[in-house]
Design a protein around this ligand. Structure first.
Ligand code: NAI
Length: 290
């Protein structure tokens, strides 16, 4: 299985899907980008154009490279056949399973489906598929163009050759693939969940503000503090991941979801993507405390 020249369909043109489409196109792949939200794929491509042109203006990319990358990304209005599908839709087991059923009806038998799920069991996601062996986790980190790590996750039925092909592809894209078996939260989110949980408990106890917590962790050597990181991830996604890891660990209290996070989701304060989370994000200006 060689994916070097694979035609790729990215499903979900949100934070992660847009970044994955960019990285794949920059590596030379023809990429189709689909989202059920009308206009989302076009908007993601337009935003990418602005970002890449900004980099070209700073001399970090040539105008030819920008044009070539953009020419390789095609927003599409319906699912299409491809050699590799990378799924980056909402973190929900039933919705992802329904998508895989739709995909299997139109994909060739040898096509691979990779899921960017942060936390849902790859084994469980594959249940009901005609070819469960072709599903594998390909878990990128945010922001995709900058973060090197990719967790390659095998479920119980994943064909080892499929996982190896995805590892090779990620390495070719300049990423650092790490293979793991599908366990709740995989490697990084298993460790990160209690880290976020402690920050949320400090907030609930009124022990410190988000700015103070973030300043402490940055001073301790982390690139970002937990509150600004949760704002970057998006509270809707992060809360869904917390709930999923909590349930998958048989409701172990170390992974208990937080009311602080529930409130942010209820209010629609989803972080950077909505302009407000723990911080406010005025257009074109640095973050400010709420
Ligand atoms: P997002 O909310 O920014 O984007 C999700 C997109 O999927 C939306 O544009 C939505 O319209 C679309 N969508 C929903 N259902 C769909 C369907 N059935 N078919 C096609 N498109 C559909 O979410 P984000 O942050 O990009 O997350 C996507 C996936 O990536 C989730 O599984 C998440 O857990 C995972 N992930 C997120 C990370 C983060 O930092 N936000 C990091 C790593 C993984």
């Amino acid at each position: 299985m060689n994916l070097d020249n694979a035609r790729i369909l990215v499903v979900g043109a949100g934070l992660m899907g847009a970044g994955i489409a960019q990285v794949a196109a920059q590596a030379g792949h023809n990429v189709l980008l689909f989202d059920t939200r009308a206009g989302a794929a076009d908007a993601a491509k337009a935003k990418l154009a602005t970002t890449l042109e900004g980099l070209a203006a700073k001399g970090k990319l040539t105008p030819e490279a920008v044009a070539a990358t953009l020419a390789r990304i095609t927003p599409v209005a319906a699912l299409q056949p491809a050699d590799l599908v990378i799924e980056a839709i909402v973190e929900n087991l039933d919705i992802k399973r329904a998508l895989f059923a739709e995909l299997e009806a139109l994909l060739p038998d040898e096509a691979i489906i990779a899921t960017n799920t942060s936390s849902i069991s790859v084994t469980a996601l594959a249940r009901g598929m005609k070819q469960p062996e072709r599903l594998v986790g390909m878990h990128f980190f945010n922001p995709v163009p900058l973060m090197k790590l990719v967790e390659v996750v095998s479920g119980l039925g994943t064909d080892p050759h499929v996982a190896q092909a995805i590892e090779a592809l990620a390495a070719r894209w300049g990423k650092t693939p790490v293979h793991t078996r599908s366990t709740p939260g995989f490697i990084v989110n298993r460790i990160a969940r209690p880290y976020y949980a402690e920050a949320l408990m400090l907030l609930q106890d009124h022990a410190a503000t988000p700015e103070r917590i973030d300043a402490c962790l940055r001073a301790a050597g982390f690139r970002m503090g937990p509150c600004e990181l949760m704002d970057l991830i998006g509270h809707d996604t992060n809360f869904a991941v917390t709930n999923s890891v909590f349930a998958a660990n048989f409701f172990d209290r170390r992974f208990t979801p937080s009311l602080v996070q529930q409130e942010l989701v209820d209010a629609g304060y989803l972080g950077r993507k909505t302009g407000r989370g723990f911080y406010r994000y005025p257009e074109g200006a640095p973050a400010v405390p709420v």
